[in-house]
Structure formats: structure tokens, C-alpha cells
Design a protein around this ligand. Structure first.
Ligand SMILES: *Cc1c(COP(=O)(O)O)cnc(C)c1O
Length: 396
């Protein structure tokens, strides 16, 4: 049991509630695959993947075969979709652990087919999802390039085209125009796939923003036109945050229903440390590396046991506050690798052992992943996934 006072608390039950709430938004139109890649966005795969399954998730989404093997060990019954592709030498693990690969290049199909034949897999027993590049230019095959890839699914192949997926790259743009163009390209790809005599079950499209913006209806309609079932892939929303919509973040420019959705989601994670020492310094005292903060008066400083190696971004030094005794205590001086210093001059009674909240709520004050992201010029996804591996994730 780690005893250094820097830890993350995970409320798995909140994740279950978030999943059920998101299912209610999908309103029977679409299945929801729970994205648990990158150690469940830093929230602990071991705690979050089983929670998603308890809440009803039948599908989990991970980045890699490695993550898929870990998810399979935790959730023996779930379908596990590997969204980041299959690399040379990984086919055998995909087959052995019953993972479902997203594919878009002939080489990936060769890898899987070889492994499936080596394992004497029956014809059509290894399901794969084909990714279509509908405009993101990241991964996937273009709609007019599907024929050579689909030629691999001939009779007798152990591979079966179970799903078609694409990634909406601007679902957080409130006008939905880019998404409309992407869905039109996807429609074109689906027509080509049908013309080649293949009839996949699942149309696998859309992240948290798409779900919260109400795109489940449009995606389900497209799926229905092709005799398919719709599946969306929320990540961030599962962990209790709603992506912000562009432009701005004003209720009047948000897609309808987003405000209500925000209220339905609760954060799963809190990140905490403790005051490990308090000292009084005279006016003129320098604080931290290179003395970037100089005490302007006699001050009381609290040392906390969290630094940039724990994921407390070094750029927060001299420009962010943590919560102590329900109040905002400014971070003064540079953040060190393992420690940081708070100005608690204005907060009465601070002493060693007091809890300090890095991300979460204390009393009437809350610090969100958006607050961290704004202060460091990034996004909540990065804030969560950069919380250090050495910070224990404790179930509460
Ligand atoms: C990460 C990811 C998601 C989830 O995105 P959120 O914005 O966190 O909901 C969905 N689909 C793909 C392909 C992803 O890589």
C-alpha cells in the first residue's frame, strides 16, 4: 500500500451512472462502446472497464493489442475493439484473446489472416471492423479504396467484416457541417461495400461530442438505411466531462440538449495530496528553483507532496491554485519534480496533514480538468492521461 500522500480517487459507481445516463441519450437508437484506452483516460482500466460492463456496456474500446489483452483479463465476456490498428507480430494475440481489430490496410488483414489460419480458426470466425477515412486523414481507407481491402473477405477466409467505422473529427463544432460531410462520405463507402456483396452488422461512428450533440439519431438513420445497427464510442463523457463546443462555449451556440447533458454527468476522478509541512518566511525570501517567487511580506507557505513527475504540470507554477481548507491556495515558485509550494498566508489554521485538492471539490470550491487545461494550453483528455503512473488510483 503506497503511503506517499499523492493519490487519485476513483468513483466507479459514478462511471456506471454516467454510462447509464449516456445510454438514455442514445435512447435505444444506438449501442454505446465504452472507450477505456490509455488506462481509461488515466482513471484505471482495472476499475473502469468492469464498471462500464456492470453498467451494461457490451463493448470496450482500447488503443492497442496490449491494452486489449489487459481489458480481456478484466472483462472475459466483453467485446474488445482495438481502435489503433494491429501491427506485425500481434495477430496471434488478437486471436488468442478474442479481440476485435479495426483494420484499413491489406497488411493488417494479412497479419490477422495468417494468425487465424495458424490457430485453425473457422471460416468467418474472426470479426474485424473496417475504418473508412471520411476526412480526418489519420487512419482508415478512403471510400473509393475499399475494393482491394474487401477482396480479402472472400469465401473461406477466417475473417468476417462485422463492422464499418469512421472517426468524426469535428463533432464538437456546433454547426455540424463537417460531420454532415463525413457521414455523406461514409454513406458512399457503405454503398460500395454493399455492391461488393458484404453486409456488416455494425456502423461504428461518433465520440462523446457526437453523442451529446444528438448525432445518435443521424448515425442510426444512416445505419438503418444500410440494414446495420449503430454504435457510438464515448470516452470523455464516461468520465464525467462534456466536451466544449466550438465556437466559444455559450449556451446559445451549443447544440440543443448539451446543457442538460452537462447536468447529467459527474466526474469520476479526484486528485489529492497533503500538506506535509508549513513554514513562515520573511519578506524577501525566495521560493523554489531560481527564486521565481519572492515573498512580498512575511508569508506562510505549505509544502505539498505532488510535483511534475506526478503530472502536476510545471507550467502551473505561479499561475494556479490548489484547494486547502476549502479555499484557493496559490502555487508559488516553480513546481519541482516531486513537490510544490502553496501560499497559505490568507488561510487560517493550515497544518501538516491537511488534504490539498489538485483536481476535484473541497467545500464550496471545485477545480476541473478544464481549469487545468486552460491554465496550460491543452485539453482535459491530456490533463487526465498525464497524471503520473506512480500516483495510486484508489477506489472510493
Ligand atoms: C478516443 C476515441 C474516442 C472517444 O473520444 P471522446 O472524445 O473522448 O469521447 C472515440 N473514437 C475513437 C476512434 C477514439 O480514438
Amino acid at each position: 500500500m503506497p503511503t506517499r500522500p499523492c493519490w487519485v480517487e476513483i468513483r466507479a459507481r459514478t462511471l456506471e451512472e454516467n454510462y447509464r445516463f449516456l445510454m438514455s441519450l442514445a435512447a435505444g437508437k444506438a449501442e454505446l462502446l465504452a472507450i477505456v484506452k490509455a488506462d481509461a483516460y488515466g482513471h484505471s482500466l482495472a476499475q473502469c472497464a468492469p464498471a462500464a460492463v456492470r453498467a451494461g456496456a457490451q463493448w470496450l474500446g482500447v488503443t492497442s493489442v496490449e491494452e486489449g489483452v489487459a481489458a480481456r483479463a478484466l472483462c472475459p465476456e466483453a467485446r474488445v475493439l482495438v481502435i489503433g490498428g494491429v501491427f506485425a507480430g500481434q495477430g496471434a494475440a488478437v486471436i488468442e484473446h478474442g479481440l476485435t481489430a479495426v483494420v484499413w490496410e491489406p497488411g493488417q488483414l494479412d497479419e490477422l489472416e495468417g494468425a487465424a489460419r495458424a490457430a485453425r480458426a473457422r471460416a468467418g470466425s474472426v470479426a474485424v471492423h473496417l475504418e473508412i477515412d471520411t476526412g480526418m486523414s489519420r487512419q482508415g481507407v478512403s471510400p473509393d479504396g475499399v475494393a482491394p481491402v474487401l477482396a480479402r473477405f472472400g469465401a473461406g477466409s477466417p475473417l468476417r467484416l462485422e463492422g464499418v467505422m469512421t472517426h468524426l473529427f469535428a463533432a464538437d463544432e456546433a454547426d455540424g457541417r463537417v460531420t454532415e460531410e463525413q457521414l455523406a462520405r461514409l454513406d458512399e463507402a457503405l454503398e460500395r461495400i454493399e455492391a461488393l456483396g458484404l453486409y456488416p452488422d455494425w456502423l461504428n461512428v461518433g465520440n462523446s461530442a457526437a453523442l451529446l450533440a444528438g448525432e445518435a439519431g443521424r448515425i442510426a438513420a444512416l445505419a438503418g438505411r444500410h440494414g446495420m445497427k449503430a454504435m457510438l464510442r464515448p470516452g470523455l463523457a464516461l468520465y464525467g466531462l462534456a466536451p466544449r463546443f466550438e465556437p466559444g462555449f455559450k449556451p446559445e451556440t451549443e447544440p440543443e440538449g448539451v446543457g442538460a447533458a452537462l447536468a447529467g454527468l459527474q466526474p469520476v476522478l479526484s486528485w489529492k495530496t497533503r500538506v506535509v509541512g508549513v513554514r513562515t518566511v520573511p519578506a524577501g525570501a525566495m521560493v523554489g528553483y531560481n527564486g521565481t517567487f519572492v515573498a512580498t511580506e512575511p508569508m506562510r507557505l505549505a509544502l505539498v507532496a505532488a510535483g511534475y513527475a506526478d503530472g502536476l504540470d510545471r507550467r502551473l507554477g505561479n499561475r494556479f491554485s490548489l484547494l486547502v481548507r476549502g479555499q484557493r491556495a496559490p502555487l508559488v515558485g516553480r513546481i519541482s519534480m516531486d513537490q510544490a509550494v502553496l501560499d497559505v498566508t490568507e488561510i487560517a489554521g493550515v497544518e501538516a496533514g491537511d488534504e490539498a485538492v489538485i483536481l476535484g471539490t473541497q467545500g464550496d470550491e471545485t477545480i476541473t480538468a478544464f481549469d487545468h487545461a486552460e491554465a496550460t494550453g491543452t485539453i482535459p483528455w491530456e490533463v487526465f492521461t498525464r497524471i503520473g503512473a506512480r500516483v495510486p488510483r484508489i477506489a472510493v
